[in-house]
Write a protein that binds this ligand. Structure first.
Ligand code: IPD
Length: 277
């Protein structure tokens, strides 16, 4: 597999940029909501669908035997053991409003074949690319080979105390989830330098990787939200984990330098941040 990494990273990067250009250049003056998912605030635009169509079409040309797991069209099983995990627009609400913080996220993972879609708890991410078309930044990582932003190596910040840490987070779309997230944030806010909600989980993980956030946590992330970003963060020296010894995933994802993560985990565990009220 090691020999494949450069080729896979080239594919991830080319596709994230192609889909990013489609979505960016094709943005109408006002973006309409095409559908809603888990709740009325969980929106899908025509561009989410067009972007995933493009990613699937191009992967069918370039890597026809690999699997694909995408936010809008779900899982297509492959036969090589490699699955592409794609988020056609991560930060759809920002895109809807014309805010800059959204990205296209493309990763390739290997997962033991369990008969179900690949799971962040068991997969190994091989390569990942997170591309933010509005400012043109491209984050890339390959397993064991470090992470780069626009070709330059990046590194997490040194561990800091929580009171010196700028912490990113995000919120789910369901009302009950948000009620408990509001409680957790209320407990955390007095303990940290400040909190940011930037609106794209993939870019939040990349922000930890390059030091524009000290740490990040979020409950409810889906595989496509974290596949590429978690690899970028890890390859830049971050610990990316869950609470109570669990791996990062839907229950909780915490990222940052090790000591900061340990302090943040302690606080989140004490607050019961991995359970709904
Ligand atoms: C969302 C963004 C957001 C995070 C949500 C995700 P989407 O992804 O990453 O920052 O807070 O949990 O669902 O829906 O825009 O692809």
């Amino acid at each position: 597999l090691a020999a494949l990494l450069p080729e896979l990273l080239d594919v991830a990067t080319a596709l994230a940029r192609e889909a990013g250009a489609l979505v960016h250049d094709g943005r109408p003056e006002r973006v309409d909501v095409a559908a809603t998912k888990s709740s009325p605030v969980d929106v899908v635009t025509a561009m989410d669908l067009a972007s995933e169509d493009l990613l699937r079409r191009r992967l069918a040309e370039l890597r026809p035997a690999d699997g694909i797991l995408g936010e809008e069209q779900g899982w297509t099983r492959g036969s090589t053991g490699i699955t592409w995990v794609v988020d056609p627009i991560d930060g759809t609400v920002n895109y809807l409003y014309g805010l800059a913080s959204w990205s296209v996220s493309v990763a390739a993972v290997v997962d033991p074949d369990s008969g179900a879609a690949p799971d962040p708890a068991t997969w190994t991410a091989l390569v990942g690319c997170v591309h933010a078309p509005v400012d043109g930044r491209t984050f890339q990582a390959a397993l064991g080979r470090g992470a780069v932003l626009d070709g330059r190596p990046i590194r997490v910040n040194a561990s800091k105390t929580l009171s010196e840490s700028l912490v990113g987070t995000g919120f789910g779309y369901r009302r009950a989830r948000r009620v408990s997230q509001a409680r957790v944030v209320a407990g955390l806010l007095p303990e940290v330098r400040d909190i940011r909600r930037l609106g794209s989980a993939a870019l939040d993980l990349c922000a930890v990787a390059c030091g524009t956030l000290d740490a990040y946590f979020e409950r409810g992330l889906k595989p496509w939200d974290l596949a590429a970003g978690a690899l970028v963060a890890r390859e830049a020296g971050a610990q990316v984990t869950g609470l109570r010894g669990q791996p990062a995933g839907e229950d909780m994802t915490v990222a940052g330098p090790a000591a900061t993560v340990a302090a943040l985990r302690g606080l989140l565990e004490a607050a019961g941040a991995d359970a709904d009220d």
